[in-house]
Design a protein around this ligand. Structure first.
Ligand code: G6P
Length: 505
């Protein structure tokens, strides 16, 4: 379906538009050498695909290759609208501002955020391009759902172009406390960008509160029961005030508005938590498949049938606490609390953001640590850490979840952590123990996990030992309760809750 906005006045556009940095499909090369597209395996795509198919849906996003312009195309009931990025935009907007500035700033400055004006300029330019693409494909009165920190300016930019559409935004990563957010030289522009949405969703209540506090403190807006009163005349000044000069339009703090503004002088944006989940049905089905159960047994055999298999599954990212986990494990081996052969740690570290320096450094550090630990503790027949720097298909992941006695999620800060939920969903017989960092969004819902502070290495060690030796009844009780939570809150329900609320506003 063509969607030429000018000619059709949006009557032929799409009723439901998702805007995300990445498109919902990956390019694959077939055996005969031809290229094709395959739907991305992530939970977000799985949750939104049926909604797309049922309601004339379009997905706007970058297809992952620099310097390539692709025509829009349809795939499995979804209209895909690729947004091109030049090689320099990949460097400045994606690797730079998104993953060298916002990512570390929003994750408690675990790594130092870098503030470069040329990165910000690219971020604004690319956000404008995404907003224009969304404006082009959306039907009159459509619902547009913008995803994540790479696109925080899109809601207001889109509202300026298309005041007729309903705009939702969901932040998949944490929103930082005001004291950290204050470091961002362009903090006002980011807040105004987000406030262009009718509904702004966060993972945790604490994220929504951090955002509200930043808005109150920086912009002075009146806020009552998650509703932010956005003055209408402010909507004009979200961009740069001086041509060619990219500083934030207003600085410092604003006087706080203490009572509700006069009717007609504002619009309302709601900010609250909608904790995301996983496609539980798919994981549960895979966990019951004969071949996957057989594969999980094979994995344990390949590891030499240790009594306790510890498992870590992460993108290779400094937020995940992989080093803390390894330090705890190394000390346990050193002190004789665990023994190689009896215990094994499988660490899957999927390659991520390899163009960003802090990720390159992290990889070197992790690989040095793995080499050191294995060099010291391996025996001829058994390894201390089986480290795999690969991504695996979901079938193999579920086999790994089934093979693991203990899942280690030790993130120093994580918006949600879906791996924790996948592990729980896969443990159909209610065996297995989840060790979970309290700094993940998942910790708000998975209260029966062994909750730990990953900075407290002694606490982490104690939890790992407890997990290895846990009384099976205690483990079952905990896992049953965790499973009840995960099974009743799948990602489809998350999407529906968000969209229902957006339509209600
Ligand atoms: C996190 C972010 C996503 C991002 C994903 C993978 O989960 O919230 O927006 O897509 O990491 O990172 P990448 O940089 O490869 O898109």
């Amino acid at each position: 379906m063509a969607a030429d906005a000018a000619e059709t006045e949006y009557t032929q556009g799409y009723d439901f538009v998702v805007v995300a940095n990445r498109l919902a499909v990956n390019r694959i090369t077939q055996e005969d050498g031809t290229e094709d597209w395959q739907r991305s395996p992530g939970g977000l795509v799985t949750a939104l695909a049926p909604i797309m198919a049922a309601s004339e849906g379009a997905w706007v996003g970058w297809h992952g290759a620099p310097d390539e312009t692709l025509e829009p195309f349809d795939h499995e009931g979804m209209h895909l609208h690729p947004v091109p990025l030049s090689e320099q935009e990949v460097e400045f907007y994606y690797e730079g501002f998104s993953n060298g500035t916002l990512w570390p700033l929003y994750h408690d400055v675990i790594a130092r955020p870098l503030f470069h004006r040329r990165w910000w300029d690219a971020y604004r330019r690319v956000n404008q391009r995404f907003a224009e693409a969304a404006a082009q494909v959306a039907a009159r009165g459509a619902t547009v759902w913008v995803q994540d920190y790479q696109l925080q300016l899109v809601p207001q930019m889109l509202r300026d172009l298309r005041p007729d559409v309903k705009i939702g935004f969901f932040n998949h990563i944490p929103f930082p406390p005001p004291g950290l957010f204050a470091q961002l030289p362009w903090r006002h522009s980011v807040l105004r960008g987000l406030l262009g949405a009718d509904l702004i969703g966060f993972q945790r209540d604490s994220d929504a509160r951090n955002f509200q506090r930043a808005v109150r403190h920086r912009l002075g807006h009146y806020i009552k029961a998650d509703q932010i009163y956005v003055p209408l005349q402010e909507e004009d000044d979200a961009g740069s005030q001086i041509p060619g000069f990219s500083a934030d339009p207003s600085r410092g703090t604003a006087p706080r508005q203490l009572s509700a503004p006069a009717p007609g002088s504002h619009r309302v944006a709601e900010a609250r938590a909608f904790p995301i989940s996983i496609d539980t049905d798919t994981i549960v089905d895979l966990a019951g498949r004969e071949d996957i159960i057989a594969r999980s047994k094979e994995i344990r055999e390949e590891l030499g049938n240790p009594e306790t298999v510890f498992l870590g599954v992460d993108r290779l990212d400094y937020t995940k606490g992989i080093r803390h986990r390894m330090k705890a494990y190394e000390e346990l081996l050193h002190d004789g609390d665990l023994e190689v052969g009896q215990a094994c740690l499988v660490q899957i570290a999927s390659p991520s953001r390899e163009g960003v320096e802090s990720y390159q450094r992290l990889r070197d550090e992790i690989e040095l640590t793995v080499g050191r630990i294995n060099g010291e503790f391996d025996t001829m027949g058994h390894t201390a850490i089986r480290y795999l720097h690969h991504s695996y298909p979901i079938e193999e992941m579920v086999a790994l979840y089934l093979a693991a006695d203990v899942m280690l999620v030790t993130a120093l800060r994580d918006g949600m952590n879906l791996v924790a939920k996948e592990y729980v969903a896969a443990r159909k017989d209610a065996t297995g123990v989840l060790v979970l960092s309290e700094f993940t969004g998942a910790a708000d819902q998975l209260r029966q996990a062994l909750l730990i502070n990953p900075h407290d290495i002694d606490e982490l060690k104690a939890a790992m030992v407890k997990a290895a030796q846990i009384d099976p009844d205690d483990a079952k009780k905990r896992m049953r309760s965790l499973r009840r939570q995960v099974v009743s809150h799948n990602v489809k329900r998350w999407a529906q809750d968000f969209l229902d609320r957006l339509h209600h506003l």
